[in-house]
Design a protein around this ligand. Structure first.
Ligand code: ADP
Length: 266
């Protein structure tokens, strides 16, 4: 059984945050960080103020995906000032990537030190007023997940979005995430299937590279909402490599309507 830790007091620096969404996946490489970054952009395009907290301590990829790699975090009286993606300060980012001296450096830390950093991320970042805080987590269910859930437990509404690819093995891994959510009392906002078919940019025909429908079936079996499928999209892949604003730059590409629709359902 998952140990139940004492509930910490409501974190002051999160008092201006309306919704917190943890993004979870059973394993790496299914597009969890991609979903975090793109949902933040999609919510911003809906006029929302958004923060992204990257607690994927050993593989922080959100700074690069949002073009903020190399930025530095500063201190102010009320804590760490997040990095802002734009002048309007509509997307705020915090990641261990901003604390490393070199972007490719690895964080080689044992659990307790990682847990302490997660606690600090939760209590010491001056997020200000946000409609959504999207949290990128490491793959699987680890110590870091328990730390983040425990640190955020008193914040409501708090929910989890589960990302899977369509193949049965990835779907199986998400079942373990569902068990984690149940045991820790985390509300499941829904399941997203990523890399769900490839829409050819030349003829628009969709090829199901992997099997299809696994995410939807899983959601139905588990009795949780299915939020939608995001296709493999070369323009999205390029935008992620370049750290661009996909939701601004590629409104006609196949992944765009899927991401926009998911953001509206959250
Ligand atoms: P995770 O966070 O689950 O480890 P990432 O978000 O880092 O996975 O995605 C893994 C790789 O797949 C990245 O290089 C990303 O650019 C690419 N990718 C993810 N989703 C898509 C998609 N829908 N279309 C194209 N490329 C994608």
């Amino acid at each position: 059984p998952v140990p139940t830790a004492p509930v910490p007091p409501a974190p002051g620096n999160l008092s201006g945050v309306r919704h917190i969404l943890l993004v979870l996946s059973g394993k790496g490489g299914v597009g969890k960080s991609t979903l975090c970054a793109q949902l933040a952009l999609a919510l911003r395009h809906e006029g929302k103020k958004v923060g992204v907290l990257d607690v994927d301590l050993c593989g922080p990829s959100v700074p690069r995906m949002l073009g903020a790699q190399g930025s530095a975090v500063h201190q102010c009286d009320s804590g760490w000032v997040p990095v802002y993606m734009d002048q309007e300060q509509s997307v705020a980012l915090m990641s261990v990537g901003f604390l490393l001296e070199k972007p490719d450096e690895a964080l080689v830390w044992r659990g307790p030190k990682k847990n302490a950093l997660i606690q600090q991320f939760v209590s010491d970042v001056a997020w200000g007023e946000l409609d959504f805080l999207v949290v990128d987590t490491p793959p699987g269910t680890s110590d870091e997940h328990l730390s983040v859930v425990e640190a955020l437990r008193s914040h409501q509404p708090l929910g989890a979005l589960l990302v899977t690819t369509p193949q049965a093995v990835a779907v199986g891994d998400v079942r373990r995430e569902l068990t984690f959510c149940r045991k820790t009392g985390l509300r499941v906002v829904g399941v997203v299937e990523n890399m769900s078919g490839f829409a050819c940019p030349h003829c628009s025909e969709c090829t199901n590279v992997f099997s299809t429908g696994g995410g939807e079936e899983l959601a139905r079996h588990a009795g949780v909402p299915f939020l939608g499928s995001v296709p493999l999209d070369p323009q999205l892949a390029r935008s992620l490599e370049e750290g661009g604003d996909f939701m601004r730059d590629f409104p006609g590409s196949p992944a765009y309507p899927a991401l926009a629709a998911i953001a509206r359902k959250i």
